[in-house]
Design a protein around this ligand. Structure first.
Ligand SMILES: [Fe+2]
Ligand SMILES: [Fe+2]
Length: 193
């Protein structure tokens, strides 16, 4: 279960389908950013051994997804470009508390929610994209992104000072915030826009 408090309307796919090149460039940026976030956490919390191996595995998988996205783009003659990111992640992290250990727990839960939303939207793409090559590509990522969601929640459970109920309550609060900062109109061809 992904613990999101809103679902994406399939009509979102229509706007994406018309701007698939822009969307895949965004997706490539997202994969690289996911790897970079995992690496930053490994640096910031270098003295937290429980984080190191799970985040190493996660960063490696995200970079692998980045490479696969570049390869799919290359088959169509599409190349990476700088893009304005969607404001989603910047708004989402504003809810992270600024003192430890709450900062670590919130950061892990926010990462979990980003993974959950990617997963939810990838499932919508798999079911509704007319471009079946791109749909099949996203389907190949689905299980791995769901596993990333679980990995981040498990780390928050393991490292947080909360009991399970308190952690679930915090995840509920952050999930409500996540739904409030997500754009659903497809005006930006972005995974979270
Ligand atoms: Fe990924
Ligand atoms: Fe991921």
């Amino acid at each position: 279960m992904l613990h999101l408090t809103s679902s994406t309307d399939p009509s979102w796919v229509g706007a994406i389908e018309e701007r698939l090149e822009e969307f895949l460039i965004d997706h490539a940026h997202c994969e690289k950013k996911a790897a970079s976030t995992a690496l930053s956490l490994m640096f910031r919390y270098v003295e937290t051994p429980a984080l190191q191996v799970p985040l190493t595995e996660l960063a490696r998988e995200e970079l692998d997804h980045y490479q696969q996205t570049l390869e799919l783009m290359a088959r169509r003659g599409w190349i990476m470009k700088r893009q304005h990111p969607s404001p989603y992640a910047g708004k989402l992290v504003k809810a992270v508390r600024t003192y430890e250990p709450a900062r670590l727990v919130d950061t892990l839960l926010v990462c979990a929610l980003i993974e959950a939303r990617s997963c939810e939207r990838i499932a919508v793409l798999v079911n509704h994209l007319r471009d079946r090559e791109v749909a099949a590509f996203f389907e190949s990522l689905l299980a791995s992104e769901a596993r990333h969601y679980t990995a981040y929640v498990d780390l928050a459970c393991q490292l947080g000072p909360f009991d399970r109920d308190a952690l679930k309550k915090r995840l509920d609060e952050l999930a409500i915030h996540e739904a409030s900062v997500l754009t659903c109109d497809g005006s930006l061809a972005r995974m979270h826009g």
